[in-house]
Design a protein around this ligand. Structure first.
Ligand code: SF4
Length: 296
């Protein structure tokens, strides 16, 4: 297999991918042609501030940080004219059945725009066929403690590589390295209203980012009765959607953050989400409680 002529970083802007960028900037791993950040448009302000800091850092080593986007996940979810790329919402059926909506958002808002960008940079934008042997290397920030999440790319024109696994680094090694270089406050990257947040993370959002919390509360209320597009098309949700696992309005939840300091759950990187991916769009208003539902 020939060596890839293109080498990119999947920059989720969380601990591991920020660490990879820093390693490349400092010349400790081979550099990248670009670091690609897939922007859902709904990251916390701390993540965007961190990203601007990474952009300045990367520029010192001539690595462009490229932001790609498939739209604003929050606005799209509430837009009756937009297909609903289902978020992993908690569902409550009319008879009290508990479930979860299928997760399609990571694929739609993160993986897809990165693939579009890689194809463009390879010179074969969709729908042009990428010739066999034309391959871009995509570095993904998975550390040794997350090795089970390392996967091959699902397209022939990308080859996933895992520099942290090659180094034998764990998340703690990444944190120590970031701390050594004044990036100890690297935030967890995930949408403001991502239902995968723990109570500790919800409580932190409420305390540290009141505008973000209010935004999530408003979104939670707005999606209660399902996808705007499906409702507009006359397919109401048989049940309710919620952002919080307790399946009550977010601003009514009694949050129970853990008392001891715990490491954050992994953020939502394009290829590093710890939660299972779901198959493509399922029928709206399917049997059960929710549009695109799976069991909790
Ligand atoms: S952070 Fe959550 S809502 Fe946002 S893309 Fe990832 S899984 Fe979906």
């Amino acid at each position: 297999m020939s060596a890839p002529a293109h080498r990119y970083l999947s920059l989720g802007a969380g601990v591991q991918s920020s660490c990879l960028l820093l390693l490349a900037v400092r010349g400790e791993i081979p550099t990248f042609d670009a670091a690609v950040f897939a922007d859902t448009g709904w990251e916390p302000t701390a993540v965007y501030a961190h990203l601007r800091r990474l952009e300045r850092l990367a520029a010192t080593a001539g690595i462009p940080v490229v932001r790609v986007s498939a739209g604003n996940i929050r606005a799209d979810a509430l837009d009756p004219a937009h297909r609903f790329a289902s978020m992993p919402l908690f569902t409550l059926g009319p008879g009290g059945e508990r479930g979860m909506a299928r997760r399609q958002c990571t694929s739609e808002y993160k993986i897809r725009p990165i693939k579009v960008e890689v194809r463009r940079r390879l010179g074969y934008p969709h729908p042009t066929r990428v010739p066999a042997g034309v391959v871009a290397e995509m570095a993904i920030g998975i550390s040794v403690d997350e090795i089970g999440r390392a996967r091959d790319a699902d397209v022939a024109y990308m080859r996933n590589v895992f520099p942290l696994l090659d180094l034998g680094w764990r998340r703690g090694d990444c944190l120590a390295y970031l701390t050594e270089h004044s990036l100890s406050d690297t935030p967890r990257s995930a949408c403001v209203g991502c239902p995968y947040r723990t109570d500790t993370e919800w409580a932190r959002l409420r305390q540290d980012d009141p505008a973000g919390w209010d935004d999530a509360v408003a979104f939670d209320a707005a999606i209660r009765h399902g996808s705007a597009r499906a409702n507009a098309a006359g397919h109401p949700l048989r049940g309710q959607f919620f952002l919080h696992r307790q399946r009550i309005p977010l601003d009514e939840v009694t949050l129970r953050p853990r008392q001891q300091e715990q490491p954050d759950a992994p953020g939502c990187g394009p290829w590093t989400c710890p939660h299972p991916e779901s198959p493509p769009e399922t029928a709206h208003g399917a049997a059960g409680a929710a549009q695109s539902e799976v069991r909790d």
